[in-house]
Design a protein around this ligand. Structure first.
Ligand code: AMP
Length: 283
């Protein structure tokens, strides 16, 4: 597995692949690799001649500097896992090379960033949009892989790629979960034993909401139940529970047909922020 720290190095490596007409699948990450990332890598491996990944903790998508500083980092372990997943090359750029000067570009995703994470993390999707535009332009992959776990991010990236003619096929991969249902997340590493026990409540809340909504309970009532269930734990705090259209992410007022609807949740366990979502009609 090739590891490149500079833009020129990875571009040299890629120009060889492009000249041989290799199809390239790209899996961007912020590191602290877990089974969710590995699933993205295995789908990329299945679909493409070559697989490249990146590790870059993108400072401009954090709206809280403590969260950025505390973000788990373990490059050696990450590289070992990526190698095992048969990744061909990993790009690990420096902040200085990615941001030689402060970006004057600002990205606004209109209705797609209203609600959900957009409301709770101002500037977050501007940071995500800028870093992915840079990575897409540097690497020019054929396909790029993203997790459904970050539903709003996946919707926004699909839109950037389409609207700005990046010509990259965006693949969305279903969420990988621990045995009890907690979605894998790099931030899970920071949970202590008690917090880990509580964290799965986000998933339990989604599953219980799904059941109630399918039994025709109102969204308003279900939202109250979810809020109480999360907030009854002293160290937990709900940011939002939302029932949205899976494509437009607009809130749903009433459920007629349970297709194309997502249930989204986000909040804190201690100072660790987690998020999750499921489709209303999934098993
Ligand atoms: P991150 O390193 O957190 O930026 O995540 C990198 C990619 O992995 C993003 O596309 C995430 O949506 C995806 N991802 C994160 N957690 C999971 C998971 N549990 N299952 C599947 N994909 C995930």
């Amino acid at each position: 597995m090739v590891v490149c720290y500079q833009i020129s190095e990875i571009q040299k490596y890629l120009s060889q692949l492009h000249s041989e007409n290799h199809s390239v699948g790209f899996v961007p990450t912020m590191g602290a690799i877990h089974d969710g990332h590995l699933k993205l890598l295995s789908e990329a491996r299945r679909d493409n001649d070559s697989v490249i990944s990146s590790i870059f903790v993108n400072p401009i998508q954090f709206n809280n500097s403590e969260d950025y500083d505390n973000y788990p980092r373990d490059i050696d372990k990450d590289l070992a896992l990526m190698k095992e997943a048969q990744c061909d090359a990993v790009f690990i750029p420096s902040v200085d090379e990615m941001y030689p000067q402060e970006s004057v570009v600002e990205m606004n995703f209109g209705p797609l960033e209203r609600g959900l994470e957009g409301d709770h993390r101002p500037g977050h999707f501007n940071g995500v949009g800028i870093v992915l535009s840079k990575l897409f332009n540097i690497l020019r992959p054929d396909k790029a892989y993203f997790g459904q776990k970050d539903l709003q991010q996946a919707a926004i990236i699909s839109k950037i790629s389409e609207d700005l003619f990046f010509g990259i096929e965006i693949k969305i991969v279903s969420t990988m979960r621990e045995d009890d249902g907690l979605a894998f997340s790099s931030r899970n590493q920071r949970l202590d034993k008690e917090q880990r026990k509580d964290a799965v409540r986000f998933y339990f809340a989604l599953k219980s909401a799904q059941k109630s909504l399918l039994q025709k309970q109102s969204i308003e009532e279900v939202t109250k139940e979810v809020t109480n269930y999360i907030n009854e734990r002293d160290d937990m705090d709900l940011d939002y529970f939302a029932v949205v259209d899976s494509q437009t992410l607009k809130p749903i007022k009433e459920i007629d047909i349970p297709n194309n609807i997502s249930l989204c949740i986000a909040g804190y366990v201690g100072d660790i922020r987690l998020l999750d979502n499921i489709y209303l009609n999934e098993d």
